[in-house]
Design a protein around this ligand. Structure first.
Ligand code: FRU
Length: 495
């Protein structure tokens, strides 16, 4: 049920008596609640925010509208983990409603300074004519977890040449000062990212725009993120308004990266290669990274997209976050691997090994709706298509296939269960690079009650998707079509 504007822009304390309890009861009845992903208790979750390692733990926040599945009044909700696998609730992180964030505490990031976690975020406000006025704001979390908002916004004006689509600060340290990249829309309605500098995280100076070779690439860039990895500059961005091109850009909005020489912070020049999508699946947006205590670069994304309806809307909740991924760079591309700590979720291993020749075989003894499964295909005929069907029943299946001749990997959710945005298509594909050398190929699947994340090869591609199967669709089968291949698989139930 869609809410009116008045209903959407209410704080929790303005809820009707019993409203939240009624919503929670609806959520409880939902068959698609996840078992090990971060999801909202009620209402809508979107972007990951404030991801940081602080005071011996990982802190992660997310955009949250508690009272429904619309994009309404956004809070930051806070979760904490020591291993990136098990997360504890830490309650509301930021409550909107002050003059500078009267219509939502929008996305932002975190940085540790003076033993305190500094949260820089966008305060969304609307005036009486419903014109948007964004502010960049600051809040500070002590070691005991108390979060205090700075009494005033730290960036109040939009520089000349940009519209009110100006948000999502991502802050990092640069020598003795701090830099923040902010997503922007130019007055000519093209997307951009701009740079600010500060010595204290309070007083910020506008430096100018990041100079990329994408002067006209969509109408808005949301959630930019910049970091360096092994001497390479990495800019993540979420451009809106790109047209589909073959297998690329099939989702409503895109999320990808540019790799280049480290950003020249004085001239703001960033010399980079092509824009590459981070994820090949249906549901991935607004990722944010941070650095772990050992220097590992970690990424979490929103497993959802703006402006779409999802089957759980009727149950009073929507969306979850992706699993954390570890990033590295190889051959000019970002490699993403599931965070090592996830192995802590594994139950007892079951394995399977078989040779299939134009046939399908069930993985006996392994089934469910919440598990990790890795499998390798070897000695495959180049004429064949090989893969796995999971969350299967008589009538449902989600299918992952590899066409050896072309090196094309396809995820098909056309028979996965309740449809999710079928207007955007029901399959996603990509063609792997360096195909001719490939003698074997590994896939790692992380299946939860209503999602799957698939890491291809050693993380060269990832497919993330929500799926909405019946709870009884729990089977797993491997198949070989038009040729033969050897399959080796390991399965771990997750709790
Ligand atoms: C991206 C986004 C951000 C914004 C936030 C609001 O999904 O639109 O640009 O800060 O969500 O919830």
């Amino acid at each position: 049920m869609k809410m009116t504007r008045e209903q959407k822009y209410r704080l929790l304390r303005q809820a009707e008596p019993g409203e939240l309890m009624h919503l929670a009861e609806k959520v409880d009845l939902c068959d698609w609640r996840q078992s090990y992903h971060i999801q909202p208790h009620t209402g809508l979750l979107n972007d990951p925010n404030g991801f940081a390692y602080f005071n011996g733990e990982y802190h992660l926040f997310y955009q949250w509208f508690p009272l429904g599945t619309d994009h309404g009044m956004k809070y930051w909700y806070h979760v904490v983990s020591s291993d990136l696998a098990h997360w504890k609730d830490a309650g509301i992180g930021l409550e909107p409603g002050d003059s500078y964030d009267s219509h939502g505490a929008y996305s932002g990031s975190a940085i540790v300074k003076d033993d305190r976690l500094h949260l820089m975020y966008t305060g969304n406000t609307r005036d009486s004519d419903w014109i948007r006025h964004p502010y960049q704001c600051l809040a500070i979390m002590d070691k005991d977890g108390t979060i205090t908002k700075h009494e005033q916004a730290v960036i109040t004006d939009i520089p000349a040449g940009y519209t009110d689509h100006f948000r999502d600060p991502k802050v990092w340290q640069d020598g003795d000062s701090y830099l923040s990249v902010i997503g922007a829309q130019r007055s000519d309605l093209t997307g951009a990212a701009v740079l600010y500098r500060s010595n204290d995280l309070i007083n910020w100076t506008f430096e100018g725009e990041l100079k990329t070779s994408l002067p006209s690439f969509g109408y808005m860039w949301e959630c930019p993120d910049y970091f360096e990895l092994d001497g390479t500059g990495v800019l993540l961005l979420c451009p809106q308004g790109l047209e589909p091109e073959g297998d690329r850009f099939r989702n409503i909005y895109q999320s990808g990266y540019l790799l280049g020489s480290p950003l020249n912070t004085a001239t703001r020049e960033f010399n980079h290669g092509e824009f590459i999508e981070l994820d090949r699946g249906f549901d991935f947006y607004a990722p944010q990274t941070t650095e772990g205590p050992d220097g590992t670069r970690l990424l979490v994304g929103w497993m959802g997209l703006p402006d779409l309806e999802y089957p759980t809307d009727d149950n009073g909740w929507a969306h979850c976050l992706t699993l954390p991924r570890e990033l590295s760079i190889r051959n000019g591309r970002l490699i993403q691997r599931p965070a090592a700590g996830l192995a802590g979720l594994r139950g007892e291993e079951r394995s399977f090994s078989t040779l299939l020749n134009d046939e399908t075989r069930r993985f006996e003894g392994a089934e469910g709706s919440s598990y990790e499964l890795s499998f390798t295909i070897e000695q495959f005929d180049s004429s064949g298509t090989f893969g796995i069907e999971f969350r299967t029943s008589e009538s449902e299946r989600t299918v992952l296939s590899y066409e050896a001749g072309s090196g094309t990997v396809t995820l098909d959710r056309s028979n996965s269960g309740a449809p999710a945005s079928p207007a955007y298509g029901t399959t996603r594909s990509c063609t792997l690079e360096n195909e001719t050398d490939r003698k074997s190929l590994e896939f790692r699947l992380f299946v939860d009650v209503s999602s799957v994340e698939i890491f291809v090869g050693d993380g060269e591609e990832v497919f993330t998707a929500r799926i909405f199967p019946d709870p009884s669709s729990t089977g797993i089968s491997f198949f070989a079509n038009g040729g033969s291949a050897a399959f080796e698989a390991s399965f771990w139930p997750y709790h």
